[in-house]
Ligand binder design. Structure first.
Ligand code: ATP
Length: 458
């Protein structure tokens, strides 16, 4: 990673500059939860807005929803999440990958041993006796077997009985599937069309960590494209290209991104790939693009009893649409953006600065308004009051101008406006560019137009 960026350095900057704080910090924290601070919340919101603009606002066949986090528990039976409850899982201590112990045994015995009926003890004995190694890294260092389901549960009644158990959704996409019929009916959309959503998901991750990379509560930005089988591979490839373009348009460098096609697929899937980003911890999944076949709608048809058949008005063909899913974590993408933006620059005069080179469209603050001296604050506040109606602005009158520039560089503010004595005379200000550090002088009345031109997300 450029400039030897480490996760520790990034976490320290984020804490000091109000980007991200450890969750519940005054109580000693709560592992793998993070709170976005005043600066970070702007960054993440801007990323979410940019995604929504690109994939919903600018796409005439994509419709948004905001579905409930708590869903009818049968949804999680249809999705397969409840059935996997009680699967005997074990983790490789070396590479942290998790596996089903029964699958390991069955694979090793080439299907000769039926592991389904084996107790945990029997499974463990078999694994030890046959020295079954981790299929991922080849190590032989297993945790004990645990019955584990990554879904958090809560209870909707007052009795906390099994029948009242509900789940915090582990993925947002089920909210799109269960609204397939509603959206199609109310928008009169014809297949192909997509449903998109941004919302929180929760996973009781056993091996979380690495700052925002893997947390137990996170936001997903997901869309499901419902299409005919014959068009499905085209949509799959199209979303691969669109997902990559979105990432590079946000400022992630192409050399830090790569496709990772899956060779092992879920039984219902026709194709799957991740886009990986080169984080300081190495190449890791940034988002997924999955061709899920007709699995999801078929399952919901089976469990809800509602027909998911679509009647094509042009061909009169009846079919259950295929689903192409594009899913990206808003927090994980924010982490990638933070890593990419981070830079340490030597300024030549023995000084250096940390600067976050965010694309101006997603920078937390677009403008900082800095009166050169305190007795100029009245005019500066006037300018702030005008500009904050159009842009997220910061205001700072504390400390030397050099220190104030450094603070803004560290939170990636693309433009600093300085109010000086000349401003009082002719209503002009200086505008300093974060990246080049060049300054120009401009009448206050021209700032809005100038800024709008600079911060566009195309
Ligand atoms: P991983 O292999 O990293 O666990 P996954 O394959 O389980 O991810 P999906 O279920 O496809 O991920 O979720 C889609 C996206 O949601 C991921 O690409 C990632 O950006 C984000 N995501 C998934 N799990 C987490 C998590 N625990 N914390 C933060 N983001 C997550």
């Amino acid at each position: 990673m450029k400039n030897n960026l480490t996760m520790d350095k990034l976490v320290a900057l984020c804490k000091n500059r109000g980007i991200v704080f450890p969750g519940s910090e005054i109580y000693g924290g709560f592992a793998n939860t993070w709170d976005f601070g005043p600066v970070g919340v702007e960054l993440k919101n801007n990323i979410k807005r940019a995604w929504w603009k690109r994939f919903v606002q600018e796409d005439p066949i994509t419709y948004g929803v905001d579905a409930a986090i708590l869903m009818n528990p049968t949804v999680w039976q249809a999705s397969g999440h409840v059935a996997s409850f009680g699967d005997p899982k074990m983790d490789c201590k070396k590479c942290k990958q998790r596996f089903r112990a029964d699958t390991l045994v069955e694979k090793h015995s080439k299907g000769e041993v039926s592991a389904e009926a084996m107790s945990d003890e029997e499974l463990m004995d078999y694994i030890n006796k046959h020295h079954i190694c981790c299929p991922h890294c080849g190590g032989f260092d297993w945790t004990a077997i645990r019955k584990f389901n990554p879904m958090f549960t809560t209870s909707r009644g007052t009795l906390e009985e099994e029948a009242d158990k509900v789940y915090l959704r582990p993925e947002t996409c089920q909210g799109e599937y269960v609204n397939f019929l509603n959206v199609q009916r109310t928008t009169r959309a014809k297949v192909p069309f997509a449903i998109a959503q941004i919302g929180k998901s929760f996973r009781n991750e056993i091996t979380p960590g690495n700052f925002l990379f893997r947390t137990i509560e996170f936001e997903q930005m997901e869309l499901q494209m419902f299409c005919h089988d014959k068009d499905s591979m085209d949509f799959y490839n199209d979303y691969k290209a669109r997902a990559l373009k979105f990432a590079t348009d946000l400022g992630l460098k192409e050399e830090n991104l790569r496709f990772h096609d899956h060779d092992k697929l879920a039984h219902y899937a026709k194709a799957a790939c991740d886009i990986q980003y080169q984080f300081p911890i190495g190449w890791q999944e940034l988002n997924g693009i999955h061709h899920r076949g007709t699995w999801d709608l078929s399952r919901h048809q089976e469990y809800s009893g509602k027909s998911m058949l679509y009647l094509d008005p042009f061909t009169n063909e009846k079919f259950i649409p295929n689903v192409i899913e594009y899913s990206i974590g808003a927090d994980r993408l924010t982490l990638a953006v933070l890593c990419e933006a981070y830079d340490e620059e030597e300024l030549g005069n023995g000084e250096s600065r940390i600067v976050m080179h965010f694309h101006p469209a997603i920078a937390p603050y677009k403008i900082a308004i800095l009166p050169l001296q305190k007795n100029l604050s009245e005019k500066a506040k006037e300018v702030y009051a005008t500009l904050c109606k159009e842009f997220m602005c910061d205001y700072d009158e504390a400390g030397s101008i050099g220190k104030r520039y450094r603070r803004q560089d560290e939170i990636g503010t693309p433009y600093c406006i300085t109010i000086d004595f000349q401003t009082l005379e002719d209503d002009t200000v200086t505008i300093r560019d974060r990246d080049s550090m060049n300054q120009i002088r401009m009448p206050i009345e021209q700032i809005c137009e100038y800024m709008h031109g600079k911060i566009k997300f195309e």
